[in-house]
Design a protein around this ligand. Structure first.
Ligand code: NI
Length: 135
């Protein structure tokens, strides 16, 4: 399992990327251009800083967005951890064997160069995103 998953980012639900990115840019993070992903119903901005975990701010594009539900129940909050995998089908099977359920995907993610992404949930761990980066 350990060799299968490499940390990629922490996803943070927010109401407004321009407001939520302010603190992090003050902290020295560099913000990517903002991208809309109509498949996931989210607007996305990545925040990167040398030596710090990569962050992803997600703002809902509409009420159907899963991020809108997270904001309604928890407000602005980290809500998923994303891991990079070389084979998303194999990673999904491995997480299924750890009692994770496939929530969505695999689908292409336009904010990540159309790489395949999937979301999986297990009640003792929470929400995990997988992004496939073939070697
Ligand atoms: Ni993510």
């Amino acid at each position: 399992m350990e060799s299968l998953l490499a940390f990629h980012h922490i996803g943070i639900a927010c109401h407004d990327i321009s407001k939520s990115s302010q603190f992090f840019t003050l902290m020295g993070y560099e913000a990517s251009p903002v991208t809309d992903d109509p498949i996931q119903h989210v607007r996305i901005c990545f925040l990167e800083k040398e030596g710090a975990p990569r962050l992803e701010l997600l703002e809902p594009l509409d009420e159907q967005s899963p991020v809108a539900r997270t904001l309604a129940t928890s407000g602005v909050t980290p809500y998923h951890i994303c891991y990079e995998v070389t084979d998303i089908t194999a990673a999904i099977a491995a997480l299924r064997s750890q009692r994770f359920l496939l929530v969505s995907g695999p689908v292409p993610a336009c904010a990540m160069g159309n790489k395949q992404v999937a979301f999986m949930f297990q009640k003792n761990t929470g929400l995990i995103e997988l992004v496939e980066v073939p070697r």
